[in-house]
Ligand binder design. Structure first.
Ligand SMILES: NCc1[nH]cc(CCC(=O)O)c1CC(=O)O
Ligand SMILES: [Zn+2]
Ligand SMILES: [Zn+2]
Length: 376
């Protein structure tokens, strides 16, 4: 292409426009024509000017969507469900907008329209409400007549296309609310915790969960679960998703309200990761890959995008999941309610950030919204 045809292309030729906008764009174009003319001697500055033009590449909604390496699709989403042991319960969780605690008898009616809209996966959290169910060993976690195991069976029968993830932890079931079994001094007994957690994982997998996801953060639980899955003859049909980089912090509050899993004393800082601990997260991710995880997870998501990117880097041959946790979800709702931003726009922006960082799976309380938003 010759220089003169370039100048022609870029100079303003349409005389019809007379609104303010096009008058200003006419000025801009005239300016750029002048600058081409004055730099006509060097081809270098022409190509410099050409490469400065980016807007054309994303002037159309479809062209904008092509700028993303990964676009949000329904199959990336996992929807958290809180399953109460009260079969007829359906209670709104005040700190977790639009989310409910539901009993077995309320699950089907809730899921039916979502599955019709394209829901592919749920993650189950059991919530024992009945008095005196909790004890030091978290016995109720793998009670065959408990809410999680019964719900796994129900979903397998009623919604065969749904991929069921069972969160594996003891904190919902222990009297002290910690994610394992404690020593007398109140610290976690890692070995007995891992023994117990891995038994619970096997019980969920044997009940029909497609995926077990230990969120307890005890050392060595991935290896223990993988070995027991092999022993039970179900390793070939069970996905093991590790909450590898799960940080302690203040973003789990609404979840603990929902699940009644707040520790009765102390905190989780000796097993969940310290928020500044990027290197520690990288080590935990590498360790869990070595131990046999099929998917690694980072949690929370938006304040930990560098960790998601690290996870994608360390586990470049693995799917990476990110959990946009209860506190992040509640914050977005609060921001929208306060008029800071539009809820839908922020839900997309935050989730697209999580995908851009490297996640290919997102655990999200926005899943029901996205099923609508991605359909229209
Ligand atoms: N093992 C407990 C567990 N499993 C999932 C979440 C957090 C989910 C959320 O905040 O949405 C937590 C919170 C915690 O460690 O207290
Ligand atoms: Zn826990
Ligand atoms: Zn958990």
């Amino acid at each position: 292409m010759s220089f003169s045809s370039l100048v022609q292309d870029i100079s303003f030729r349409d005389g019809d426009h007379n609104d303010r906008q096009s008058r200003s764009s006419r000025l801009t174009r005239a300016d750029s024509t002048r600058s081409y003319a004055s730099t006509a001697a060097t081809s270098v500055s022409i190509s410099g000017d050409i490469s400065s033009q980016l807007h054309g590449g994303y002037c159309h909604p479809l062209a904008r969507s092509w700028q993303a390496e990964r676009q949000l699709t329904k199959s990336m989403l996992i929807y958290p469900l809180f399953i109460s042991d009260q079969a007829d319960e359906e209670t709104l969780i005040p700190s977790l907008p639009n989310q409910h605690r539901r009993g077995l008898n309320k699950i089907s009616a809730h899921l039916e329209p979502l599955v019709r809209k394209g829901l592919r996966s749920v993650i189950l959290f059991g919530v024992p409400i009945a008095p005196n169910v909790k004890n030091a060993l978290g016995t109720a976690a793998d009670d065959p007549s408990g809410p999680v195991i019964k719900t796994i069976r129900l979903i397998r029968a009623r919604f065969p296309s749904l991929f069921i993830v069972a969160d594996v932890c003891l904190c919902e079931y222990t009297s002290h609310g910690h994610c394992g079994i404690l020593r007398d001094d109140g610290s976690l007994n890692n070995q007995s915790s891992v023994d117990r957690i891995s038994d619970v994982a096997i019980a969920y997998a044997e009940a029909g969960a497609h995926c077990v996801a230990p969120s307890d953060m005890n050392d060595g639980r991935i290896r223990a679960i993988k070995l027991k899955l092999i022993e039970a003859g179900i390793a070939h049909k069970t996905v093991l998703m590790s909450y590898s980089a799960k940080f302690s912090g203040c973003l789990y509050g609404p979840f603990r309200d929902a699940a009644g899993s707040c520790p009765s004393f102390g905190d989780r800082k000796c097993y969940q990761l310290p928020p500044g601990g990027r290197g520690l997260a990288r080590r935990a991710i590498s360790r869990d890959i070595q131990e046999g995880a099929d998917i690694i997870m980072v949690k929370p998501a938006s304040s930990y995008l560098d960790i998601i990117s690290d996870a994608k880097d360390i586990g470049r041959d693995m799917p990476v999941a990110a959990y946009q946790v209860s506190g992040e979800f509640a914050m977005i709702h609060a921001g929208a309610k306060a008029g800071v931003f539009d809820l839908k726009t922020m839900a997309f922006e935050s989730t697209e950030g999580i995908l851009r960082a490297g996640a290919t799976i997102v655990v999200s309380y926005f899943t029901p919204n996205f099923l609508d938003w991605l359909s229209s």
